[in-house]
Ligand binder design. Structure first.
Ligand code: ZN
Length: 65
């Protein structure tokens, strides 16, 4: 299997070219990068992966600054 380029290193062009791979890597995420705040369902795609902690129950009601 081909090695996955860390999402943390993706440039705008990579994202546009590999949107299909991006969707596969980020659906139902189980890891978060503690350096870049990116999420993925495999730690191979993040530079400083840590398991995703429990989420807030109603984030949609929070205001983002
Ligand atoms: Zn990262």
């Amino acid at each position: 299997m081909a090695k996955i380029k860390s999402l943390c290193k993706w440039k705008e062009k990579d994202i546009a070219k590999r949107m299909d791979l991006l969707v596969s890597l980020t659906e139902e995420p189980t890891y978060v990068c503690r350096k870049c705040a990116r999420v993925s369902n495999t730690k191979k795609a993040l530079c400083k992966a840590v398991p995703l902690p429990a989420r807030l129950p109603s984030i949609k009601r929070l205001k983002v600054a």
